[in-house]
Design a protein around this ligand. Structure first.
Ligand code: KIV
Ligand code: NA
Length: 288
């Protein structure tokens, strides 16, 4: 199956068609996403928490992340694959960051774009410069602004961004305009008031993808584990308000594993229909 390209995504954007994106972390979840024919599949560093048991995305080793990207790319389908640049893979220098960006793209030609968290343009000159370095080299970048989990500590936690003052809004808006100017093909906005996200979207000519950014962005992204209730500690109370939880697959899984365990303990499984038979004549031969 042919994967969508950035040009295909831009066509949909130009035609006012909403863009869909879902995260995936391995072959299995990628298969699910590909089955839906979502426009984009994001290999998010959120896997650190949702699939690997780390407490923060900043703990995720680059080597482990790459292993998961490879797994995702083995699932066939039309969803265009966008890959996060994890914390620590680009902050130390531009040359180190460019080398790691190239490594991610080399995992599989299906890796079409990188996604990079970026602070506001008036403060985060380093990341703005790094994104420019990639764009100048022809490496497609979706930038990620607003709540950027890799910088949660410097943002003072997981909080809505661009909502404290007019200046906050202006700073976010200028950042988006700047990222468009230096060549980002798309901007992801996380946890910002819907009016701000809509305003920014209306004033850009590249697609915006929102999470916790309301209905005025050009597309939406959600974390698969949150949507499906996959995470072990998943409960509806602990999910951020912008997540819609569609199912509780975690409890479905545990329920069925318990049934199996009970059946084994009670000698109900395997029954005769799950067992292999042998011709009586052969068995007789053996006994003789
Ligand atoms: O890592 C991730 O899943 C993300 C989305 C929340 C946008 O960056
Ligand atoms: Na991420």
């Amino acid at each position: 199956v042919r994967s969508l390209t950035i040009a295909d995504i831009k066509d949909k954007y130009m035609n006012g068609m909403p863009l869909t994106m879902i995260t995936a972390y391995d072959y299995l979840t990628a298969k699910w996403v590909q089955e839906t024919q979502s426009d984009m599949l994001l290999v998010g560093d959120s896997m650190a928490m949702t699939s690997l048991g780390y407490t923060s995305t900043t703990e995720l080793p680059f080597e482990e992340f790459k292993y998961h990207v490879a797994s995702v790319t083995r699932a066939s389908g039309s969803s265009m694959i966008v890959v996060d640049m994890p914390f620590g893979s680009f902050e130390q220098s531009y040359s180190y960051g460019v080398a790691n960006a190239i490594e991610l793209l080399k995992i599989n030609p299906k890796v079409t774009s990188l996604k990079i968290e970026c602070g506001n343009h008036d403060r985060d000159h380093y990341t703005i410069g790094f994104i420019r370095e990639l764009c100048e080299r022809g490496i497609p970048v979706m930038s990620h602004i607003g709540l950027t989990p890799q910088r949660a500590n410097s943002l003072g936690g997981f909080k809505v961004q661009g909502n404290q003052s007019a200046n906050d809004i202006l700073s976010l808006y200028n950042t988006a305009k700047y990222l468009q100017k230096i060549g980002c093909w798309s901007i992801l906005m996380e946890c910002i008031p819907y009016k701000v996200a809509t305003f920014i979207t209306e004033n850009l000519n590249i697609p915006t993808i929102g999470i916790g950014a309301g209905n005025g962005t050009n597309g939406q992204v959600l974390v698969i584990s949150d949507m499906l209730g996959l995470s072990p500690d998943n409960n509806l109370q602990s999910l951020p308000r912008f997540v819609k939880n569609y199912d509780q697959l975690n409890s479905v899984a545990i329920k069925n594993l318990k049934i199996y365990k009970d059946e084994v303990e009670q000698k109900k499984f395997p029954s005769i229909e799950h067992s292999f038979k042998l011709k009586e004549t052969i068995w007789k031969d053996f006994l003789d």
